[in-house]
Design a protein around this ligand. Structure first.
Ligand code: HGY
Ligand code: MN
Ligand code: MN
Length: 425
């Protein structure tokens, strides 16, 4: 065990911060926008490179590796009792556009580092352990998100893979086939209820609290409810110069009338409700053409389920009210996840291990969605955060010190060592 001093606290650490750094930097080379943040879309060439890098590190750590029918990657430490349901530990490999290098990979790398520690310390678990690298958590390519965990838990119907399309009109099924998978087999990614003993995830906080309080980690007790909607406004194309203003069916004017009302809906809801329009597309996109089709996304979240549901209804009502004058408007619900409590038992285990390791911690509600919120309906789930510099995330400036990830990894490692009944030999 490595002993490191931090201030006057005797830190006891296991994880190798240099190895964590090498893995995260290595993953960040698998990136479509080097120098402009991290962009790694599911099933893209960059994603394949990241998957291959992950598989290589998993094998170095002594794991037997399996890629499931949809591209989720699992590295397994066999247990003395191989028939016991495994403990899964990991996060996602995909990114938002021009995001940071830590959102997702910090958790995948912490899980692989845990496997390295099991091997180096000669630990053998009673219960199998699986390190997981999941696909399409962000939904950047196909919308919605939480794909890999929803397919694993059977919460996403594989039939939708034909309907979900990226910006180039490529369906998730077509992208899977191009990636070398068989979309007809996607249903095989679903695991049987009870087949996972627990799920643990380390993630960056993506907010300012841990840094402001000088704490090492947060133990998440709840994840806010969230919904992702897709609004479509249809009008009629026309000539910008020859169409009188009172004869237009301008889809963009209609969309702007809706968009200008949305932020206030969240403010009216209060209680930490938030609403974001992150993507908008105006077609056909000619400067001298009256737009006939506008689509935009609405991401809304709140800690209380009644607030999430009420916000959805208010958005749908606002869109319906914009109907008429030759405009037709629709709202599609791409994703809905209720506010999710995480396992108190696993939270207590994480807290006890953090105390034993001298890692400072606090409880926190997560305003960000995570695979943990899907897994929590399937198996007891724990989630810890490590600090984000300046609270920044989903941006190239995202940063977490590798020593901070190592401290969080220590807690994940020690908790899994205990939960799996691991002993030397
Ligand atoms: O949107 C989220 O909260 C996460 O980054 N997917
Ligand atoms: Mn994210
Ligand atoms: Mn994430």
């Amino acid at each position: 065990m490595v002993r490191a001093k931090q201030g006057d606290r005797q830190m006891t650490g296991y994880a190798n911060a240099r190895r964590i750094e090498a893995m995260i930097e290595g993953l960040d080379l698998c990136n479509a926008t080097p120098g402009q943040g991290t962009t790694r879309l599911t099933y893209s060439p960059e994603y394949r490179a990241a998957a291959d890098f992950t598989i290589a590190r998993m094998r170095e750590a002594g794991l037997s590796v399996h890629e499931d029918a949809v591209g989720n990657i699992f590295g397994r430490i066999e247990g003395r009792q191989p028939d016991l349901a495994p403990i899964l530990v990991g996060s996602h490999l995909d990114s938002v556009p021009h995001g940071g290098r830590f959102d997702g990979p910090a958790g995948v790398v912490a899980a692989i580092e845990t496997a390295f520690l099991f091997r180096e310390l000669g630990l053998r678990p009673d219960r199998p352990i699986e390190v997981a690298a999941l696909i399409e958590e962000e939904g950047t390519r196909f919308g919605g998100g939480l794909f890999g965990s929803r397919l694993l838990t059977g919460q996403l119907d594989p039939a939708t893979l034909d309907e979900l399309r990226d910006d180039n009109g490529v369906s998730a099924a077509q992208a899977m086939a191009a990636y070398g998978l068989d979309p007809a087999q996607a249903g095989q990614a679903a695991r049987a209820p009870g087949s996972v003993h627990a799920f643990l995830e380390l993630h960056i906080e993506q907010g300012p609290v841990l840094e402001a309080e000088g704490r090492d980690i947060a133990i998440v007790d709840r994840i806010v409810g969230l919904a992702q909607l897709r609004v479509t406004v249809r009008g009629r194309a026309g000539h910008a110069g020859t169409t009188p203003m009172d004869q237009r069916r301008d889809a963009l004017t209609g969309a702007v009338a809706i968009l200008s009302q949305l932020p206030d809906l969240a403010r009216q809801t209060g209680r930490d409700a938030v609403l974001t329009v992150g993507r908008i597309e105006v077609l056909p996109g000619g400067a001298n053409v009256i737009p006939d089709l506008v689509t935009f996304t609405v991401d809304l979240r709140a800690p209380a389920e009644e607030d999430v549901l009420r916000l959805i209804q208010m958005v749908e009502g606002t869109v319906a009210h914009a109907q008429g004058n030759g405009l037709t408007c629709t709202v599609e619900r791409q994703l809905y996840a209720a506010p999710t409590p995480l396992s108190g038992q696993i939270g207590a285990a994480l807290s006890a291990q953090a105390d034993a390791l001298g890692v400072s911690h606090r409880v926190m509600v997560s305003g960000a969605g995570h695979d943990a919120m899907i897994m929590a309906d399937f198996a007891p789930t724990g989630l810890i955060f490590v600090p984000s510099k300046g609270g920044v995330s989903h941006a190239p400036e995202e940063w977490t010190d590798y020593a901070q990830i190592a401290r969080g990894t220590d807690v994940i490692f020690a908790t899994i060592r205990q939960m799996s009944g691991a002993t030397p030999g």
